[in-house]
Design a protein around this ligand. Structure first.
Ligand code: HEM
Length: 437
């Protein structure tokens, strides 16, 4: 992949390309474009306008980002714009566990010192996979539910992400994610003017995925495969499908997704499915009303509840107040909506997933890194079953893919499950930390 000429494309397009490329060349190009004549920031010097942080302020829960996020006019949390997912194996051959753990913890604390814990600075989590824990002695304590990933529908043949660790880096400023990425995984010895302990030898990077979320970005980045170049994505939309997501009332709270008991209390589970979307027919054959019906519900389409891209929904897509018997509904309407189906998995009326997904053009193709947090992976499986709606397809004229929400347009490429421990255990945890001498 090559960076476009900085002067030939808008700033946001250049920023997205730089995050996708990664490395010091991308960081340097990013900074060059924004005017860093000294070049200091490429070597870990201060980044213009990126605030430093205080590790003392960090909460116990790594995933407690909501307090740090801005809210839009309707009160919905606004996620950071740029995202990097670093999958890495952990090298534990040459170092004693305690020394390695200490060094990784020092590096992570340095990052918290270098960047304010906010979208203006940097938000991050570190998670560990079932394969990581399997290689250590002991087993994860109750109630942690972290099975190995597996196919979850009859419609998919995914690969499995079995890297030991997943680091999720997120920030509004592309240079901030790039600098943090270089300090943790590359050769940089500092970030944003703060020295960062070198722990790069502990991680053996196996994959790097990237994405972005924000109003207008899908429209700007539609010149890739999987979508017509002139797809009429509304300016305000956050998704390549032309709408926005993440409405507050459809999201689980951070409390709901937090593991409550045991050694990993304060942690959460993280599931990442990499989804490829094929949206040519979505944009060339479906009307706006059909798109609303398939993504939200036919009632939303009939009553024009959504608006151009979701601006009429406020903070609540109101999918839970639709007829509860989705099977009867689908039989009557001939179509069932994605969000309406997924809402069937709510528990006591409350959503179970905190979705922090973001669109991507990795591989020059439209897709979504569908990252969710939930108390247990079982929660995710239950919601995914509800979204797949095999029961609906079996019992109505609705197909297993066609007219069954957005299934026709979404293809699962990979699945991975991770445990995001509480902050105190984020550096190379043992399966059962309480058993340690
Ligand atoms: C291309 C992929 C996807 C797109 C574009 C998409 C888009 C959306 C949109 C626009 C909504 C309604 C607004 C909101 O976020 O509150 C929604 C809701 C939801 N989606 Fe998806 N989604 C995708 C994949 C998935 C997958 C794979 C799951 C898996 C389980 C899922 C689960 C949910 C849930 C649980 C809700 C909220 C339902 C409730 O209110 O209880 N989505 N999605």
């Amino acid at each position: 992949m090559e960076l476009p000429c900085p002067d030939s494309v808008p700033r946001r397009e250049f920023a997205k390309a730089a995050v996708a490329l990664g490395g010091t060349a991308a960081l340097s190009a990013c900074l060059g474009r924004d005017g860093d004549p000294s070049g200091d920031a490429v070597d870990g010097g201060p980044l213009d306008g990126v605030p430093a942080g205080d590790p003392g302020d960090a909460p116990e829960r790594q995933h407690a980002w909501n307090d740090a996020l801005d809210r839009d006019d309707a009160g919905n949390a606004v996620p950071p714009t740029h995202h990097v997912l670093r999958y890495a194996d952990v090298d534990r051959e040459d170092v004693t566990r305690a020394a390695a753990r200490e060094r990784l913890e020092a590096a992570l604390t340095d990052l918290e010192r270098a960047f304010d814990r906010s979208p203006a600075g940097l938000l991050f989590t570190v998670g560990y996979s079932p394969s990581y824990f399997d290689r250590l002695s002991g087993s994860l304590p109750e109630p942690v539910d972290l099975p190995a990933p597996r196919p979850l529908t009859g419609l998919e043949d995914p690969s499995f992400d079995e890297a030991d660790a997943l680091v999720h880096l997120a920030a509004d400023e592309p240079a901030a994610v790039l600098a943090a990425d270089e300090a943790l995984f590359g050769a940089a010895t500092a970030a944003n003017g703060v020295a960062v302990t070198d722990a790069s030898d502990l991680f053996d990077p196996v994959d790097r995925r990237t994405g972005f979320i924000g109003s207008g970005l899908p429209r700007e980045h539609r010149d890739v495969d999987g979508i017509p170049d002139d797809a009429p994505i509304p300016e305000g939309a956050k998704l390549f499908m032309g709408f926005s997501n993440g409405f507050a009332e459809s999201q689980a709270t951070e409390d709901r997704v937090t593991i409550e008991a045991g050694a990993f209390a304060g942690g959460t589970t993280q599931q990442v499915s990499t989804l490829r979307t094929q949206l040519d027919a979505w944009w060339s054959q479906e009307s706006h009303a059909q798109r609303v019906a398939k993504l939200f519900s036919p009632t939303h389409a009939d009553e024009e509840r959504v608006g151009e891209h979701g601006e009429r929904l406020g903070n609540d897509p109101a999918v839970a107040d639709l007829p509860e018997d989705a099977v009867a509904y689908a039989r009557e309407e001939g179509v069932v909506g994605h969000a309406q189906k997924a809402a069937r998995a709510r528990e006591n009326g409350e959503p179970r997933l905190l979705r922090r997904d973001f669109p991507t053009t990795d591989g020059d193709h439209t897709g979504i890194h569908f990252l969710t947090l939930q108390e247990s992976i079982g929660d995710f499986v239950a919601v995914r079953d509800a979204m797949t709606g095999a029961d609906i397809a079996d019992e109505t004229g609705v197909g297993s893919r066609i007219n069954n929400g957005i299934l026709q347009y979404v293809f699962v490429r990979s699945r991975g499950n991770f445990l995001v421990p509480p902050r105190a255990l984020r550096a190379l945890p043992d399966p059962n930390p309480r058993d340690e001498p």
